[in-house]
Each structure stands twice: as structure tokens, then as C-alpha cells.
Design a protein. Structure first.
Length: 199
């Protein structure tokens, strides 16, 4: 599981708090699973590089990335990553070096999570949730697109956008940190119950 550090316009990234709390809860609930986490720098070069290093170290069968969006009003479960970069500065003021993530990569890659089931289960918990076909073209999308290429059908990869503010930690948000943890645990439960993709 990964979260992100701050970036322009978001001095405090709620996923930096969520992911460690979620990891502790996941280790208690899913005792047969190994849980690895990383907080990624929101940088065009170092963010995907650190995600790739974490992937290679853990050799995961399930990858769940978390990011924030000022458009999110609850859990937003992304359905795809696209091979494109928005020309926007990252956390250290650097711009992407190309309008695409991979010169010879596919135009889009679809996530391998059971998105409809996840959204339904979150609704059953009384939590706001929706599916999305637009992960943006910033670092969230870049890390998602890369991870989908790395796992290549041998496991599950997904991305969850949350509101930029979670109520307990930073002003008034659409979700509390406790709700974010509970909902994220349910996402993990759905994924661990689902059949694994066959490579």
C-alpha cells in the first residue's frame, strides 16, 4: 500500500497518515498476509522510482495506491491509468520531461480490482463511494499506470482517491480518518476474497 507526500496546493497529504494506520489495522485483521507500505514523494522522477523499488522488494500480489483529490467526496475507485502526463509542477517544482509516461506503452491500462464489488460494499457500510475513469494525469495516474505494467496480470493493482482533507487531521472533510481506515480495510477484504488474475 502506498500514499503520497505533499505537493503544490496540498501541504498536508492525508494519505501519509492513512496508510500507516491502515497497515496496522490490516496486519491485525489479515493475519496471513504480509503488509508492505511506502509513502511516495510527489515527484515525477522519484515517485515512480520509489514505487518501482518497493514493488521489486515486496513482489506483491495486491497493490493498492492511495492519493487525494479535491474533487473526491468519498472513496473514488479508479478504473484505469493512462499514458499521459499533465504539464504541472511536482512537489519540488519539476515538470515532466514528456507528455507521455512511456513512449511505447499502451494508451491505457485497466485496473485489476473488482471495482463494482468494492463500490457496492462501501455503500453497504454507509460510505460514499464511486468508480472513476479519470485518475488525472498527475503523479497518481503515473504511479498507477506504472504499477499496472509491472504486475502484468500476476496480481491486482488499484488506486483509491480520497478527499484532500480527512476530518480528524486537517479541517473538515467528507470522511473521518476512522471511516477512511474502515472503508480501506473493506477494499482489502474484497480484493483478498476475489479470485486472482491468471498470468
Amino acid at each position: 500500500m502506498t500514499g503520497f507526500g505533499p505537493f503544490p496546493g496540498v501541504e498536508f497529504n492525508a494519505t501519509g497518515v492513512l496508510v500507516p494506520r491502515l497497515a496496522r489495522a490490516a496486519r491485525r485483521r489479515f493475519t496471513d498476509a504480509q503488509v508492505f507500505t511506502a509513502i511516495l514523494p510527489t515527484e515525477w522522477v522519484r515517485g515512480p522510482k520509489r514505487a518501482r523499488a518497493a514493488f521489486q522488494r515486496a513482489q506483491p500480489t495486491l497493490v493498492l495506491h492511495f492519493g487525494v483529490s479535491d474533487r473526491a467526496r468519498g472513496f473514488v475507485i479508479e478504473r484505469r491509468g493512462v499514458n499521459a502526463c499533465v504539464m504541472a509542477a511536482d512537489g519540488v517544482g519539476a515538470m515532466p520531461t514528456s507528455p507521455v509516461l512511456s513512449e511505447f506503452g499502451r494508451e491505457r491500462r485497466r485496473v485489476t480490482l473488482p471495482v463494482k464489488t468494492i463500490v457496492r460494499r462501501l455503500h453497504e457500510l454507509g460510505l460514499p463511494a464511486e468508480a472513476s475513469d479519470d485518475a488525472g494525469q498527475y503523479l497518481c495516474n503515473a504511479v498507477l499506470y506504472q504499477s499496472l505494467g509491472l504486475i502484468e496480470g500476476a496480481g491486482m493493482v488499484g488506486f483509491v482517491h480520497l478527499p484532500s482533507a480527512l476530518a480528524e487531521d486537517h479541517g473538515e472533510g467528507a470522511l473521518t480518518v476512522e471511516q477512511a481506515v474502515a472503508g480501506s480495510l473493506e477494499i482489502l477484504a474484497v480484493c483478498l476474497e476475489a479470485p486472482r488474475p491468471v498470468a
